[in-house]
Design a protein around this ligand. Sequence first.
Ligand code: C2E
Ligand code: CA
Ligand code: CA
Ligand code: CA
Length: 279
Amino acid sequence: KQEGRNTFRLFRPEMHQQEHRRLELETALRNTAETGEGLAVHYQPLFDRDSGELQGAEALLRWHHPQFGQVSPADFIPLAERSGLILPLGERLMHLVAGQLRDWLADGLTPPRIAVNLSARQFWQSDLVAQVQELYAAYGLPPGQIGFELTESLLLDKHQQAIHTLQALRELDCFIAIDDFGTGYSSLSYLQELPVTTLKIDRSFIQKLGESRGSAAIVAAVTGLAKELGLRVVAEGVETEAQLAALSRYHVTLIQGYLTGHPVDAETFANHYLDTQRV
Ligand code: C2E
Ligand code: CA
Ligand code: CA
Ligand code: CA
C-alpha cells in the first residue's frame, strides 16, 4: 500500500512542474558555466575574535539569471554538484577570486586571505593541485593568499588519498578549513591525521548555543580539541551580541556572521574593509 501511494505521487502534475523547472535551471546553469554571464563573487569578512582585526574573507558564488532572477546557492550548488557543472563553475570562481586579488594588490590594497569552497568533485579532481599552482603563478599571488574550505564527509572517503592531496595543498601554503564542522560523521580522532589548519563550527551550533546544552557541549568539545591540536577555530553564523558573548569562554579564533558583516560584492568589500589600508 505504502509503495503504491509513493508510485502514484511520482505522477502528480506538480512533480512534473518541479522536474521541468529543475531541467530549465540546469540548462541555464550550463550556459552560465560556459559563458560566465551572471556569475559574481561575494565576500564575507572574518575577524579575529580578540583583536577585532580583519583576518580573512569567504568567497561565495552568486548567480543572477535574466529569467530566474537571483538564484540562491542553496538551489544551484547542489544542482551543479549533481550535474558536474560544479567543475567549470568552480574554475570560473577561482579565476574571479584570483583576478580580484591581483587587482586589489595592484591598487595598493592589502586584501586578507580568501577562502574558496571546494565540493567533493573539485577536491577529487586529479589535477586540483596543479590547477591551484597555475592559478598562483598566472595571477602572481603571494603564498597563502587563497585557501580552501572542505566538508568533513568529503574527507572521510579515501582517507589516505585525502591526506595526500591536503599535504600537497599545504606545501603550496594554502590554508585548509573543515567547513560545517560537527554536522558530519567524523570521529574526532581521525582529525589529527589530517593536515588542516582550521575548523569552522557549523552555525547550527552557534545559533543554539544559549538554548541547548547539547550545542554548548559540542562547541566545548570541538574548541577544546582544536586547541589541543593547534587548530584555528572559526565560529560561523554569529548573528547576535549574545552569541558572541557566549563564545567568549571557548577557544575561538575567528568570527564570521551577519553580526560582523554580511557577504557583499567586491567593491563594497573593498570600500568597507580595505580602504583604510590604502597606501
Ligand atoms: P557555507 O559554505 O556554509 O557558507 C556560509 C553560508 O552562510 C553563506 O550562504 C552565507 O551567506 C551564510 N551566512 C553567513 N553568515 C551568516 C549568519 O550570520 N546567519 C545566517 N543565517 N547565514 C549566514 P550562501 O552564500 O547562501 O551559501 C550557501 C552554501 O552554498 C555555502 O554554505 C556553500 O556550501 C555553498 N557555496 C556557496 N558558494 C560556493 C562556491 O563557490 N563553491 C561551492 N562548492 N559551494 C559554494
Ligand atoms: Ca564555507
Ligand atoms: Ca559553513
Ligand atoms: Ca553550510
